[in-house]
Design a protein around this ligand. Structure first.
Ligand code: BV8
Length: 245
């Protein structure tokens, strides 16, 4: 395939199936803080306080304020060239590209991507703990608004907290197992099960590529790794791929 990697090559007799996993690093250049970088989101907050069901039960106001602030900040940022490049790739290959994101922002969709799986949930959605219904939500939740479905004041951020099962795991594993290429963009590889996807891909003979500012915790498992800013690496990789497709 000439992507430099020594892994399996793709014969272009059929469309190439691609899974792209994204993390906070792809939204960093849009001004969305990452988690572990020096000024990261977890700085100042203990993960178990703001991103666990137990933390929510212990202090829902603290947790709502944490997510209300991120929801407000989201409305002040825009997609960057890395998001735009993946939307362009989707235009070229359609359903043969699936973007699996750990991010709860909506920047992939705002860039024009449609086949996006939010495995850790979405900031612009509220989940009712009483009736289980989900509602598009761009306002605050700290005021404990009533659920539009059942009227009970039990709306929580519709995000996957530590200890909770990520969304659409079967669909994700199926897409990885059937893929020709697995690309990881802007993730430190510190949080599971996402951090284990490269292993799953390798186990199914899928070519693997890391695009990240620095080597991730799982960098050794990738056939090829390119380090630098997503806003540069992703458009360059997409241009390279589109010349081949
Ligand atoms: C679960 C939503 C049961 C909320 C999040 C196995 C081993 C050890 C532990 C576990 C294990 N399995 C499960 C666990 C426990 C836990 C876990 O992984 N703990 C860790 C801390 C060890 N996992 C869970 O609890 C998960 N649930 O396991 O359920 C289960 C599941 C499946 C099957 C059976 C049972 C649920 C985890 C989800 C938690 N929710 N987010 C919110 O956002 O507030 S996690 C959250 O943190 C993000 O979604 C993301 O996943 C993670 C942050 O990671 P990144 O996105 O990678 O961000 P980070 O800042 O770390 O790194 C940024 C990277 O970008 C860096 O490398 C940097 O260099 C790079 N970068 C920066 N700028 C740029 C850049 N790259 C390119 N360009 C740039 N400009």
């Amino acid at each position: 395939m000439g992507l430099g990697g020594s892994g399996p090559t793709h014969n272009y007799s059929r469309p190439m199936r691609i899974v792209v996993l994204t993390g906070a690093g792809i939204s960093a250049e849009s001004g969305v803080p990452t988690f572990r970088d020096s000024d990261g989101l977890w700085e100042g907050h203990h993960v178990e306080e703001v991103a666990t069901p137990e933390g929510y039960d212990a202090d829902p106001v603290l947790v709502h304020e944490f997510y209300d602030a991120r929801r407000r900040a989201l409305q002040k940022v825009e997609p960057n060239p890395a998001h735009d490049a993946l939307a362009r790739l989707e235009q070229a290959v359609g359903e043969d590209l699936v973007v699996v994101t750990q991010n709860i922002d909506d920047l992939h969709e705002r860039a024009g991507s449609h086949h996006v799986v939010h495995m850790h949930g979405e900031l612009l959605s509220a989940l009712c703990r009483a009736c289980g219904s989900r509602h598009c939500w761009d306002g605050d939740l700290s005021g404990r608004p009533a659920c539009p479905g059942c009227g009970v004041r039990e709306l929580r951020p519709d995000v996957v907290w530590f200890g909770e099962m990520p969304h659409e795991m079967e669909r994700i594993y199926r897409a990885i197992d059937d893929a020709d290429l697995f690309v990881s963009v802007g993730t430190s590889g510190a949080v599971y099960p996402a951090a284990g996807f490269v292993i799953e891909a390798r186990a199914h003979g899928v070519q693997t590529l890391e695009l990240n500012l620095e080597p991730s915790e799982g960098t050794a498992f990738f056939d090829e790794a390119r380090h630098g800013r997503a806003g540069v690496l992703v458009p360059a990789w997409v241009n390279e791929l589109l010349t081949r497709l």
